[in-house]
Design a protein around this ligand. Structure first.
Ligand code: SF4
Length: 103
């Protein structure tokens, strides 16, 4: 009887492992790498002065077109804004498009 219980648990483990493996492969969400690049170039204060909850969300907003002015990040220095503009001009988004933003 014990051997049946062990075999049943092993079979259940294999089936559930297979289902989780397939789900992990199909349900993966790929974030635009440009968002990470822009986030790294922002000041990182997460102050919310830009109107977004944190720098990563502001970067996401810029990349996805919810915002188009880098200067919304008030704590950023002029040289940071220029670096951000250059990053946008040189690096396409995940679709291969150049995102147009203003300083
Ligand atoms: S204003 Fe600038 S530093 Fe503050 S959260 Fe927005 S992007 Fe980050």
């Amino acid at each position: 009887m014990l051997i049946y219980a062990i075999l049943l648990m092993m079979a259940a483990g294999l089936i559930l492992g297979f289902i989780l493996g397939v789900a992990a492969d199909r349900l993966v969400v790929t974030q635009d790498p440009l968002i990470d690049l822009i986030t790294e170039l922002l000041p990182g204060y997460n102050c919310g002065a830009c109107g977004f909850p944190g720098c990563a969300n502001f970067a996401k907003g810029l990349v996805e077109g919810e915002a188009n002015k880098i200067s919304l990040c008030r704590p950023s220095k002029p040289e940071q804004r220029v670096a951000l503009k250059e990053a946008f001009d040189k690096n396409p988004n995940i679709k291969g498009d150049i995102v147009r933003v203003e300083i």
